[in-house]
Design a protein around this ligand. Sequence first.
Ligand SMILES: [Zn+2]
Ligand SMILES: [Zn+2]
Length: 350
Amino acid sequence: MHRRSRYPQGMVRFTVLASGSKGNCTAVSGGRTRILVDAGLSSRELFRRMKLAGEDPETLDAIVITHEHQDHINGLAITARRLGIPVYFTEATHRAWMRWLTPRRQMTYAQWMEQCRKQAAERQAEANVSTLEGEADEPEPGTRPAESRPDPTAPAASATVSAASPPPPPALPEDDPRKNDPNWLPAVEYFQAGQPFAIGDIDLSPFTIPHDAADPVGFVFRAEGVRMALATDLGYIPPNVKAQFKGVDLLLLESNHDLEMLRDGPYPWSVKQRVLSRVGHLSNEAAADFLCHNYDGQAAYIILAHLSESNNLPELARITAERALNGHASLLANRLLIAGQHEPLAAIDF
Ligand SMILES: [Zn+2]
Ligand SMILES: [Zn+2]
């Protein structure tokens, strides 16, 4: 008879493989589709944890990326290549990721400007010393990855930041010379915040979150009628994000730090300021405030995520959220789970 490729049960599954500033990664399955949300673990560790959680990495169909911070993309290139699967980014996030990967560009914009100033000064000094005008016709060091594109005619005018470079070609038919290119991925797909799209049987609604990255997003995933929201790395919860959390069956929300622990903790003041800022991370108190005042109480599961290991304790996060849920947290509804950094959370099946 007809072959059925659907698995008989557990057709919708949500598995947090890792959560926190040392690596984030979640597997979402729906119907015949399986996707990875972020790839912040090394490929090896990611595979190990998937197997530990009863998932088969080989069945993954795609990777979607929330933003380019290292704890979300650390194992991305190797994992995508190993599995030969596409990566979904916003265009700005993809560009930021490429800039981060190209060693020359591991610097902030201010540092880059500073380097440009220094290089210009050095060139000027050299020009002053030697009166020869045999201009350097080699490309600016650090302006272009040493790979592809022999650009015979490009003069110094092409000395720009990588933001101007186009996305890489989708796939490479020839023998892999460019697999040495750290930017190379089997395929790249772009999405935009506010514009829902589908990967196989999973519908995704990406939404903008306030965080200090190029174009950070959270997601609502929908499969087989089950809605699952995921948002970490956000300085606060603006109305557009609150709206996304309505009517979800599962809510994974950041509960990064305890305000007092952060205040008294080991971070330098500048880092504390960053974490606390409107584009930093959500505190236990802010998550609780949402759960108390805005949450509609409909989710079967609430997962507190991206807990700081320096400025939080799982029990503090849990108690703060439980209080906010005002006794509604139970084994049947609003079941509260804490996602960890060092081991996967048991798979949640719908
Ligand atoms: Zn993060
Ligand atoms: Zn981040």
